[in-house]
Write a protein that binds this ligand. Structure first.
Ligand code: FMN
Length: 313
């Protein structure tokens, strides 16, 4: 039995598989169930500083190879999030990553101060959702200046709220010319790690019987197996440039996928769309497959695989 534990920015995880933001991370019960199902930690859905409405249904298209979502980041606001997190803490010891979002810079400052009160283990700044562009414009992750500014503001807000010790990761978009330069800017601005990647696109699926887009929003962020090679490459590129802590996310469905992501440079591995493809106990399945792979290959410590693909470059 291999040692599957990893340390991410000083936080210990029993295993590297974490629930990705927006997928089941809504209530205390759903997050605790994800941990019972085998995940090493959970990420909340994106939290706003105020109530926020998502897009009308239908919001999700699934297939064997990909998902499109235009959920639109609905949220009941910080009071509800505080209640759910307090209940989660009562029943579950696994690390909790609070993912935060906003429309304007001030929103990020406000929600950072709110989540500081929730005592998260890590804060993840979502600046990269592609399916709210009609409402918010181009994601901040597309601009070096905005990515850097939001990182500095959130770090300062956490410090002011007495949570300056909480590590911060910034969730990056694949829909940019040069993801490494964005990673460089947020790390220079004080980010402790990077989450890569958010969904790709947006993309579209058309119902040919009705001759119209399936999603009410017409377009949605692309995720699932189809995006894994992109996610692996971006994690690889960011790790090669910075050797920083990375939550590698995008298309991971199996233990082999997760190991591939770690070899590219990820310390933690986010799993989202796989819940639709393999069911809610996918976390335990992936962990078991990683363990079996380690046993078969004589790997005693899973963390020894982080960045291993770089040895050959
Ligand atoms: C239904 C759905 C909702 C999502 N909501 C969020 C969200 O609220 N905040 C966020 O940062 N990412 C969100 N994401 C993006 C995922 O966290 C993840 O980065 C992306 O889906 C790629 O991983 P996957 O292929 O394992 O799903 C969402 C993804 C899906 C499929």
């Amino acid at each position: 039995m291999a040692d599957l534990s990893v340390e991410f920015c000083g936080v210990r995880f029993e295993n590297p598989i974490v629930l990705a933001s927006g997928v089941l991370g809504v209530t205390a019960d759903s997050m605790a169930q994800v941990v019972r199902n085998g995940a090493g930690g959970v990420t909340s859905k994106s939290l706003w500083p105020y109530e926020h409405f998502g897009h009308p249904n239908p919001t999700i298209v699934t297939s064997e190879h990909y998902m499109l979502n235009a959920v639109g980041i609905p949220d009941a606001g910080p009071e509800k999030a505080r209640e759910e997190l307090a209940r989660f803490r009562e029943v579950c010891k696994a690390p909790f990553i609070a993912n935060i979002v906003g429309g304007k810079m001030e929103d990020y400052v406000a929600i950072a101060k709110e989540v500081a009160l929730m005592q998260p283990d890590i804060v993840e700044i979502n600046i990269s959702c592609p399916n709210v562009e009609d409402e918010l414009g181009k994601p901040m992750a597309c601009s070096i200046a905005k990515s850097s500014e939001v990182t500095k503001l959130v770090k300062a807000a956490l410090k002011e709220a007495g949570a300056g010790h909480v590590p911060v990761t910034v969730k990056l978009s694949p829909n940019v010319e040069n993801i490494v330069s964005i990673a460089t800017s947020v790390l220079e601005a004080g980010a402790d790690g990077i989450t890569a990647i958010n969904t790709v696109g947006p993309g579209m699926a058309i119902n040919i019987d009705f001759a119209q887009p399936i999603l009410a929003n017409r377009v949605g962020g692309l995720s699932g197996p189809a995006i894994k090679p992109l996610a692996v490459k971006y994690v690889y590129d960011i790790y090669r440039a910075h050797k920083c802590p990375i939550i590698g996310t995008g298309g991971v469905c199996t233990g082999a996928d997760a190991i591939e992501m770690m070899m590219a440079g990820a310390t933690l591995v986010g799993v989202g769309s796989a819940v639709w493809l393999r069911g809610q106990d996918v976390f335990g399945q992936i962990v078991k497959e990683m363990n079996d792979w380690c046993d078969a290959h004589g790997v005693e410590k899973l963390s020894s695989l982080i960045g291993k693909a770089h040895a050959h470059s």
